[in-house]
Design a protein around this ligand. Structure first.
Ligand code: KIV
Length: 245
């Protein structure tokens, strides 16, 4: 097993797994010093391209950004999102994930879904492609962007899905906007680390979109703490440049 994945697994119940998204080399090389995992998320569709949803993100876009990120990531585990409609069945998933791994030299891929993708995950794992899972809000297919785990049927489904994914061989699962109580329960029940985004501090690690964290995007998500105001910093630098010229 990849040494970096082993390190992430070892953190379970010991220390938190630190993850952030990156879409290009310069930012990635900064994150690499402080993160265990850098994710080239298909959130780049809305963050960089103003797409209405991640459905519009293509494999080529993911490959290009991942190649750039690869140049900046040396120490951390680099994971790349498989875009919408690139893993509808095992054959398609294997072909596209192999291409992604070959072209970008990433360490692992991330797929959204539970029971529906179990045989796909098994095929990738069998073919030595490390897979990260993603449950809760699934942006590629979601109809309602609301927190998951309020209703009993959601609780049961997410618990079951998380166990199925673990059994299928994923090394970690992102929990996106899962209610605190459920995120805590899933985390306790799994041997692999859960990585939360808007899913409470009880997860084994956290992930956020870098542009939100540094105040470069206009996002106003209530679970995102802004650690900087990079928009303002760039604005004043460019204003000073303007007056100097
Ligand atoms: O696309 C993405 O950036 C993600 C994270 C927010 C988990 O999937």
């Amino acid at each position: 097993m990849n040494k970096k994945i082993k390190n992430i697994l070892r953190k379970k119940n010991k220390s938190k797994v630190i993850c952030l998204t990156a879409y290009s080399k310069n930012v990635a090389s900064i994150l690499d010093k402080h993160c265990d995992l850098v994710l080239v998320g298909d959130s780049l569709g809305s963050v960089l391209y103003n797409y209405k949803s991640t459905k519009e993100v293509s494999l080529d876009i993911m490959i290009n950004h991942s190649k750039s990120v690869r140049m900046g990531v040396k120490k951390s585990l680099m994971v790349v999102d498989m875009p919408y409609k690139t893993y509808r069945n095992s054959k398609e998933a294997l072909k596209n994930s192999k291409l992604l791994m070959k072209k970008t030299k990433c360490d692992a891929v991330k797929l959204e879904g539970g029971k529906r993708i179990i045989s796909i995950v098994k095929t990738l794992v069998k073919n030595k492609i490390p897979v990260m899972g993603h449950l809760g809000i699934l942006p590629q297919t979601e109809k309602k962007f609301t927190f998951k785990g309020k209703k009993i049927n959601e609780v049961n489904k997410l618990l079951k899905d998380s166990k199925l994914l673990e059994k299928a061989g994923v090394f970690s699962i992102v929990l996106e906007c899962v209610e605190t109580k459920l995120a805590k329960k899933i985390t306790r029940h799994l041997k692999i680390p859960t990585i939360g985004i808007g899913s409470s501090a009880f997860c084994d690690g956290q992930v956020l979109v870098i542009d939100d964290l540094i105040g470069l995007s206009k996002s106003k998500l209530r679970f995102v703490k802004k650690y900087s105001n990079v928009s303002q910093i760039i604005n004043s630098a460019v204003k000073n440049y303007n007056s100097d010229v």
